[in-house]
Design a protein around this ligand. Structure first.
Ligand code: COA
Length: 177
């Protein structure tokens, strides 16, 4: 995209569930370099893997953020309804912004909506996530929403030619209230 979507006045961010027709935009997000670096995604994804990633799954909420009529970001909240002793927990499995829309509040909007789902609709009292050491942008975002680092996983993931540590971060509802 060449034009700044916020050039005139701030555009509204609209969150909704992903649809099959969103696949090409989701592919652009998944194939973006900043997403490859921050997640477990590869630089190339076949269409079938994108289609299965966004397919309906009763245990997952798969959200897109729209801005100016375009898909600006994608987020997944994974729940564990079939694991009775973990049912109070859930995981932010993905927050990723389209390369044309970074820094416009898309990550915050998606994360805020997933937290709202967890807190106010799903009876989730522990939200967790994994983030790679050095992903300052994501860590700042998570801290802003009350996530706390619980531990370091050493050489957890292979990223662009090197092993990297990961952090597990979590947000307990009791601390957020
Ligand atoms: C992390 C990511 C989702 C943030 O999305 P975004 O839409 O650009 O984020 P926002 O515009 O909502 O900004 C979120 C926060 O990032 C932080 N931030 C922005 N630029 C930053 C920078 N250069 N360095 C450190 N923090 C920065 C700020 O805390 C900002 O909050 P603010 O509004 O108080 O300034 C996005 O960069 C992304 O898609 N990264 C690749 C995928 C990824 O790593 N996901 C997380 C996996 S755990």
């Amino acid at each position: 995209m060449t034009s700044d979507p916020l050039q005139s006045e701030p555009l509204e961010i609209r969150i909704r569930h992903v649809r099959a027709v969103d696949a090409p935009s989701i592919a652009e997000i998944m194939n973006a370099r900043h997403v490859n670096l921050g997640t477990q995604r590869f630089p190339y994804h076949p269409d079938t893997s994108i289609a299965s990633r966004i397919a309906d799954d009763p245990a997952k909420f798969k959200l897109v953020a729209e801005m100016g009529g375009r898909i600006a970001g994608y987020g997944e909240l994974e729940t564990w309804p079939d694991r009775p002793r973990l049912r109070h927990g859930a995981e932010i499995d993905m927050v990723a912004t389209h390369p044309d829309f970074r820094g416009f509040g898309i990550g915050a909007a998606l994360l805020g909506e997933m937290i709202d789902l967890a807190d106010r609709w799903l009876q989730v009292s522990r939200l967790q996530l994994f983030v790679w050491d050095g992903n300052a942008r994501a860590i700042a975002l998570y801290e802003r929403f009350g996530f706390v680092t619980e531990g370091r996983l050493r050489k957890f993931v292979f990223v662009d030619g090197q092993y990297r540590d990961a952090f597990i971060m979590a947000r307990l509802l009791q601390d957020a209230r």
